[in-house]
Design a protein around this ligand. Structure first.
Ligand code: SF4
Length: 343
């Protein structure tokens, strides 16, 4: 029988296990400190535990750590890391340096089930959900690489890599809990953004669970019919339902929302599109991130011109919307938004 990953055990479960084995319950805290704070990848490393206890743990459990598989560096300084999971599935994470800080983009699933028409990950189909420990390991390995490459740790973490984070709800929240915990990486929740394609009932659940991290919605069109054309999830979670869910989330958490908006040439970059987006921003307390698109093989959508992008962003700003423009990074190594597909 396959052994359980010890990082899937809560403190309580570990304490009970130890008690059954006639070991002291307080050892559970020491074990968890090794697993999370010190990112131990083997029981041998747990030197403040007795040898027999370490041996027993190794007989009963595994630690399914992530392994660095490939590192690619873009000419603009962006770094893409490919990681191998214990079952040989591959996922990717990206480091995006700017003048003052480094942002890490992490994955929540191997592949994705949602089939957004512009996204390379969607073409891969879903392999499986990542475990909390695997999500956590990405942050650990990306932090290490960031210090090595840029001399600084991560300033921000965005769940915008492979997968739909809310469809791996429990593990994503468990990972964030450890990432933000003093007994883990102690990174502020305010520096973490979870980006969703929009699943209304789970957005509401985030509000009910009182999460402290930021939320972004991959919107890409404020027009319900158009949005369904590029994001099939919109059929079951139409924009009016998302508006209600996002307002609920805002009321419960006080957190503002970001609308991610990739500009596709001739599809969602007209004045009419901008007007519809402004109307939506008047219904939800949100700012807008305009994202430059990157060509994905086999996808009919192309990026809007710089002129159109500036006009679109300018129009929003003139109408009182807070807008940030995010230019494409790492496209030469397929690390840019929508390009992650283990190539
Ligand atoms: S954009 Fe996100 S949710 Fe949509 S297919 Fe790609 S990874 Fe999945």
């Amino acid at each position: 029988m396959a052994k359980n990953d010890i990082r899937e055990f809560t403190l309580n479960q570990l304490e009970e296990y130890l008690e059954q084995k006639d070991e002291k319950r307080f050892r559970a805290k020491q074990i968890q400190e090794w697993l999370w704070k010190k990112s131990a990848h083997s029981f041998e490393q747990m030197t403040n535990l007795s040898l027999p206890l370490r041996k027993m743990l190794a007989e009963d459990f595994v630690i399914n750590s992530l392994k660095e598989d490939l590192v690619q560096e873009s000419e603009d300084g962006t770094i893409k890391m490919r990681f191998k999971l214990f079952d040989d599935n591959l996922i990717e994470g990206v480091l995006i340096p700017s003048k003052a800080r480094v942002t890490a983009c992490v994955s929540s699933q191997a592949g994705c089930s949602l089939d957004c028409r512009f996204c390379a990950t969607g073409f891969m189909k879903l392999k499986r959900n990542l475990f909390a420990g695997e999500i956590y390991d990405q942050v650990v390995l990306l932090t290490k690489k960031s210090i090595e490459a840029y001399g600084q740790p991560l300033a921000n973490i965005v769940f915008m890599g492979m997968g739909e984070p809310l469809l791996n709800y429990k593990n994503v929240l468990a990972a964030i809990d450890k990432i933000t915990s003093e007994n883990g990486l102690n990174i502020s929740a305010k520096r973490i953004t979870v980006s969703t394609s929009g699943i209304a009932k789970l957005i509401k659940k985030l509000g009910d669970d009182g999460v402290r991290f930021e939320l972004a919605l991959s919107l890409h069109s404020a027009n319900n019919i158009k949005r369904s054309k590029i994001m099939p999830i919109n059929d079951s979670n139409p924009i009016p339902d998302l508006v209600e869910a996002l307002n609920y989330f805002h009321e419960k958490t006080g957190n503002k929302i970001t609308f991610e908006y990739i500009l596709f040439d001739g599809f969602n970059d007209s004045v009419q599109d901008a007007r519809e987006l402004i109307d939506l921003c008047n219904k939800v307390p949100a700012m807008v991130n305009i994202i430059e698109y990157n060509t994905v093989e086999g996808v009919p959508y192309k990026k809007s011109s710089e002129k159109k992008r500036e006009a679109f962003a300018g129009y929003l700003e003139q109408n009182g919307i807070v807008v940030k423009v995010r230019l494409s990074r790492g496209k030469d190594i397929d690390a840019a938004c929508g390009q992650l597909a283990n190539k």
